[in-house]
Design a protein around this ligand. Sequence first.
Ligand code: ADP
Ligand code: ZN
Ligand code: MG
Length: 480
Amino acid sequence: MSYEAVIGLEIHSELKTKTKIFCGCATTFGAEQNTHVCPVCLGLPGVLPVVNKKVVEFALKAGLALNCTINKFSKFDRKNYYYPDLPKNFQTSQFDLPIAEHGYVDIEVNDTTKRIRITRIHMEEDAGKLVHAGDTIKDSASSNVDYNRTGVPLIEIVSEPDMRTAEEARAYMEKVKSILEYIDVSNCKMEEGNLRADVNVSLRPTGSETLGTKAEMKNLNSFRMVENALEYEIERQEEILEDGGHVIQETRTWDDNKGITLSMRTKEKAQDYRYMPEPDLVPIITTDEQIAAIKKTLPELPDARRDRLIDDCGLSSYDAGVITNSREMAEYFDAVIKQNVDAKLAANWIMGDLAKNLNAAGKTIAESPVSAKNLAKMIKLIQNNTISSKIAKKVFDEMWQSDNDPELIVKEKGLVQITDTDAIEKIVDEVLLGNPKPVADYKGGNTKSIGFLVGQVMKASRGKANPAMVNKLLKEKLSQ
Ligand code: ADP
Ligand code: ZN
Ligand code: MG
């Protein structure tokens, strides 16, 4: 029998507010343990939380950017459970009246667009962190609890089970990250745990409409992990079903070193959490005016920006997608083409040499040693035939090292393209004289040998001869 995978994601994103959700403690990452704490986030008796307005604003922004309906009456609830990183023994979250519902994002996989529905977005506080003496809790004699993260604001974005492959799940998470970056509500630094996903997956016979039993993998904080864990889990469940067994509903962990998922605990149900309304916080009332005001602050979002690059700049849908996936890259691209530079050339350089160098150096495009202004200047030198694309690679490497002005580099290194017919003719003549065999081959009908001769001329000119002129001159001379 063949099976179809059904996947739904719960994405947690830390919001980039300066202070925590219910108190004035700083949210800064990496501070010394238990230095950003107060009676409120430690849950001491007698304290009263007050909701951070910025959190509500950011959640509304995310809701609108993810095409949700905003609930004008929304409230907080207590989700009760015990764990040492949760000092109050409940997490202040939202249950039946989340801030936003019924949204969607569109993803592109294999050249087709697919809509993934978003069930809900709710606000909640993050828990603290256990810091183990050893690598894992099992081989540690002791663990410290660090409450700095306790009360850092989160939004949880819950999708419908609309994804069918690991690739779609990855594309979905990438799109959500991209949108959150565009609207500037989260740092989205996945390695710092700013953005992490609980991944739910089940299998069902192809063609069936009913959902199978799912397993959930918690806290995956890289795209690669989401993809790998899903691929592994789909195979594991398939084997169970093929052997006539049943998948059990449980929470599993992804062991990234071993590349396998392991059973952690059977899944708790909503009633296990004894959700109850939070009595210490007032409900959140949102007005049409507030919603309209926040809508106005939304920037052009990735999909709209991609369409603009396709329609106005003539980029392919793939190139436009890559460039607009990151807001920083889209802004860099815009800064380059603002200098009246050919958009396709700009896209090729940004996605090619620039991206390659950035990757190798572990830098983001905002940290690029080659400024958008200088890259634009260099591309103009190609467009007006001052340098060939081949020489441009040398100029680019030099810019990467020094961030010098490309015009200066070209002058100092004598890299200006030779477009003087006489000068090129001189080299062509020498090459023709020195290579009688390929010349005879060409004249004998093997026209491919011209490639070799072009190569020799380019080499003799140290890459500076204009290739189109070399080709033209060689052809003329060889057919004389
Ligand atoms: P739970 O009660 O276990 O938290 P929810 O209904 O809240 O489950 O759904 C959590 C996530 O799991 C959602 O993203 C949802 O789309 C997804 N999901 C629910 N049922 C399934 C299923 N049978 N297979 C795959 N994903 C599912
Ligand atoms: Zn505090
Ligand atoms: Mg749930």
